[in-house]
Write a protein that binds this ligand. Structure first.
Ligand code: DGY
Length: 323
């Protein structure tokens, strides 16, 4: 008998077909997202769950007594209560490796957008405000040959650094929990302690995963260390930044601007002060959102799920849950 799995969001047809070869699949395929109650009610028989950002906590595990594996269609897995999953022997997987270039492309787009004020000036032109003689008021900042500071030199951070180094001739600075001699050699990247990095970089890209240690890693103190011309980009998780202090730093022009793909609460509220700021570009968490990459991620997640249910070690078992 095939193992029963529940899929909490619609999947591309080729991924669904692959899963159906190996599993007895129930899939949420309504246009509106599944509610928490509906999700909990769907798990009584499930041995596998394929999901994205749903909180996998004790409450959910209590509703899923047969669960063996949760496969996330994302690289981030801050939705996992790792202690609870470990305790219940439930495996957790992510899609590391399948989205690095796509997210790195978006980060570079945010850097360029804020520095050259692309979104802001696009609105200006479309509003019919462009007049001769406006020139100097359109000036932005250069990107090329500036100092790019990466906080969190994982695979995505490295892909951003690669673009900065070889696309824009930037000098690469980085801070990471452990030194990366390979990145230092390949990208001529310079390791700096966090405070030094914050003081020296022209562009600061935050790519650390959200963990208890990185929650509010960047706050008032860190913004105060940055240059007044610094551009801050966050495409990791919103809660790695103390958002209220970021708003203050941007309102007071303590830094030049920010490019954001993630927020402490998503979707961001329509009256959030960040949305009033001229020097901020806001995107709706689309780091990996291309058709090609999302299909790839879904297939990686399906492979992880099937591997676990067939008794193999899934390729992307998260490190905290490895035996
Ligand atoms: C991830 O995979 O964690 C991304 O945030 C999704 O866009």
């Amino acid at each position: 008998m095939k193992p029963k799995v529940f899929v909490s969001r619609n999947l591309p047809p080729e991924v669904k077909a692959y899963l159906e070869e190996h599993c007895d699949v129930s899939m949420w395929n309504q246009p509106q997202p599944i509610t928490r109650e509906q999700l909990l009610a769907s798990l009584a028989e499930a041995e596998g769950l394929l999901t994205a950002d749903r909180s996998i906590n004790r409450e959910l595990l209590d509703h899923a007594p047969k669960l063996k594996v949760v496969s996330n269609v994302s690289v981030g897995y801050n939705n996992f209560d790792l202690a609870a999953m470990k305790e219940r022997g439930v495996m957790g997987t992510n899609t590391a490796g399948s989205l690095n270039d796509t997210v790195a492309d978006l980060i570079v787009a945010l850097m360029l957008d804020v520095a050259r004020r692309i979104s802001e000036l696009d609105q200006y032109v479309k509003a019919g405000q462009w007049k001769r003689g406006d020139g100097p008021s359109f000036f932005g900042l250069d990107v090329h040959h500036k100092k790019l500071g990466i906080i969190g030199m994982g695979e995505i951070g490295e892909a951003v650094a690669h673009r900065g180094r070889f696309g824009f001739g930037m000098e690469i600075l980085y801070y990471n929990r452990s030194r990366r001699p390979d990145a230092e050699a390949n990208l001529e990247a310079r390791y700096l302690p966090m405070d030094e990095l914050l003081k020296e970089a022209d562009f600061l890209v935050l790519m650390t995963p959200l963990t208890p240690e990185t929650r509010h890693l960047i706050g008032a103190r860190e913004f105060a260390l940055m240059k007044p011309t610094a551009i801050f980009v966050n495409a990791s998780r919103g809660a790695t930044v103390d958002e209220a202090t970021m708003v203050a730093a941007l309102q007071n022009q303590q830094i030049y601007g920010a490019g954001l793909d993630v927020y402490e609460h998503e979707p961001i509220a329509a009256d959030h002060p960040l949305l009033q700021l001229r020097n901020v570009v806001t995107l709706p968490h689309i780091g990996s959102a291309t058709d090609q990459t999302r299909r790839k991620m879904a297939m990686v997640a399906a492979h992880n799920l099937v591997a676990a249910l067939e008794g193999r070690t899934p390729p992307n078992l998260v490190k905290e849950l490895r035996p």
